[in-house]
Design a protein around this ligand. Structure first.
Ligand code: AMP
Length: 209
């Protein structure tokens, strides 16, 4: 199954993706995670996108589309995948339809107020990418990832100014994708406001699992 996660930053897509990988045994492909790993490795791609990402803007379509096209061509993505953070613009969605049409889109729905609360408290493992929250989901030992022992840090784009910018970008450029996929009859809405266990149950129902 070729599955796509849509929703504003902070809707819980990354957290849900960890559960969905266990359930569906498909690779989780997150463009944000690929960019962050390129930045950490100081690769040419990482150096090119660091400033753009830290300020909460979008990387250009051409670079992002090429990156995803190459990633989806790898062997592990042949049987399906969970795509998270891509597409984020209509041109990206049109390109994806050409090289790898999607079966189902899950739209994680949450108002802006919920997003700000989640993102301003979010912490991420620098090593394995697992998400934490300073109130709802703390690591057992402060600053240390439960899963891999990596450093748990605040993403540069989870600072207040960048959060506001990312929300504006989402509403302007990414939210039109909801209509784009709804028209194709492949979009299912999932309420992303409840605690994660409940969202997982709603997600399973949405997929008929
Ligand atoms: P995310 O982890 O999905 O919140 O992505 C973090 C940042 O990476 C975004 O704010 C963008 O700057 C960049 N990014 C991720 N996916 C895309 C995409 N599909 N198109 C453009 N920029 C992206």
């Amino acid at each position: 199954m070729k599955l796509l996660f849509l929703g504003p930053p902070g809707a819980g897509k990354g957290t849900l993706a960890v559960k969905a990988v266990e359930l569906l045994k498909l690779p989780h492909i997150s463009t944000g995670a690929i960019f962050r790993s390129a930045i950490a490795g100081k690769s040419p791609l990482g150096l090119k996108v660091k400033g753009i990402i830290d300020s909460g803007q979008l990387v250009d379509d051409e670079t992002t589309i090429e990156l995803v096209k190459e990633r989806l061509a790898l062997e592990d993505a042949k049987k399906g995948f969970i795509l998270d953070g891509f597409p984020r613009t209509i041109p990206q969605a049109k390109a994806l339809a050409e090289f790898s049409p999607i079966d189902r889109v899950i739209n994680f729905d949450i108002p802006d107020s919920g997003v700000v609360e989640r993102l301003s408290g979010r912490r991420v493992c620098r090593n394995c990418g697992l998400n934490y929250h300073i109130v709802f989901s703390k690591p057992k030992k402060e600053g240390i990832c439960d899963a891999c022992g990596g450093e748990v840090y605040v993403r540069d784009d989870d600072r207040e100014e960048a959060i506001r910018k990312r929300l504006r970008v989402y509403r302007d450029q990414t939210a039109p994708l909801i209509g784009f996929y709804r028209e194709q009859g492949i979009l299912v809405d999932v309420d992303a406001r409840p605690p994660v266990e409940e969202v997982v149950e709603n997600f399973k129902k949405a997929l008929g699992l």
